[in-house]
Design a protein around this ligand. Structure first.
Ligand SMILES: O=C(O)c1ccccc1NCC(=O)[C@H](O)[C@H](O)COP(=O)(O)O
Length: 270
């Protein structure tokens, strides 16, 4: 059977986790996580921002499997400060190296450059990575339903809760959404990108948003470029967005962020 990109990522991640555990024990990383500074309120900040306008998780993303190199001039601290000045609510920082040219220290540098809560954007399988995320300073983790079992998802979520962090539960199908709804987390990310084929369509949010339980916050992820894209998704109940590539390609990231958030669709549809 041919390996999907998610299979390949999982395979090298499990090797990475084993190597990291050999270098630093779970107990050591947990102690570091517990000594890390206070957690910043990720879900609550998004909830508040999306009631007043739009909530934006602005992503620090150098490259991706679907697009290759996205941004040559890549300074995580400067990008974080620009996103914050432009009005972003939270940050997402890719910490995966082989597929995204990310790095763990990018998260620490970005978070230190602003006051925004930060998501560790990576492929998580083991509570060890959750402890590591908190030790790096992360305030939220990502759980991708397409790449974990229900038991793994619950274990990762529980680990995040133990550290006082939030979890963003990512789905791409009705079946994954149904599984995500069994978890406690408020944040449901609808990824418009199929992570195996890279096909990206805002119709995924149009289709799935109506099935999201009303007590959850929809985060519309991937393939968002313009204020019109955001307004089109807001018509389907999505008022929080995760955006990487289209902002990363801008020369003036602060101005581009401000422009995207300037005229949110109101509850009245204006
Ligand atoms: O972006 C990819 O090519 C990709 C490939 C395989 C797994 C995950 C991938 N991306 C993660 C994301 O979902 C995005 O970084 C995030 O939603 C932002 O998307 P975009 O605004 O389209 O950069």
């Amino acid at each position: 059977m041919t390996q999907t990109i998610l299979d390949k990522i999982k395979s090298y991640k499990l090797d990475e986790i084993a190597a990291d555990k050999a270098e630093r024990s779970f107990e050591e990383v947990t102690a570091e996580a517990k000594a890390a500074g206070p957690v910043r309120p990720f879900a609550e900040s998004l909830h508040k921002a999306s009631r007043e306008g739009y909530g934006l998780i602005a992503e620090i993303k150098k490259a991706s499997p679907s697009k290759g190199l996205i941004r040559e001039d890549f300074q995580p601290a400067e990008l974080a400060a620009a996103y914050a000045a432009g009005g972003a609510t939270c940050l997402s920082v890719l910490t995966d190296t082989p597929s995204f040219q990310g790095a763990k220290h990018y998260l620490t540098e970005a978070r230190a450059a602003c006051d925004l809560p930060v998501l560790r954007k990576d492929f998580l399988y083991d509570p060890y990575q959750v402890a590591e995320a908190r030790a790096l300073g992360a305030d939220c983790i990502l759980i991708i339903m397409a790449s974990v079992s229900d038991a793994q998802a619950a274990e990762l979520e529980a680990a995040a809760t133990d550290f006082g962090m939030d979890a963003l539960i990512e789905v791409h199908s009705a079946e994954e959404l149904e599984r995500a709804s069994q978890l406690d987390s408020r944040l449901i990310g609808i990824n418009n990108r199929n992570l195996n084929t890279f096909e990206t369509s805002l119709d995924v949010t149009r289709k799935l948003s109506k099935r999201v339980p009303p007590d959850r916050i929809i985060v519309c992820e991937s393939g968002l470029h313009t204020p019109d894209d955001l307004a089109a998704m807001a018509m389907f109940g999505a008022r929080a967005f995760l955006i990487g590539e289209s902002l990363m390609r801008q020369d003036d990231v602060e101005q581009a962020t401000r422009h995207l958030l300037a005229n949110p669709l109101t509850a009245g549809g204006m």
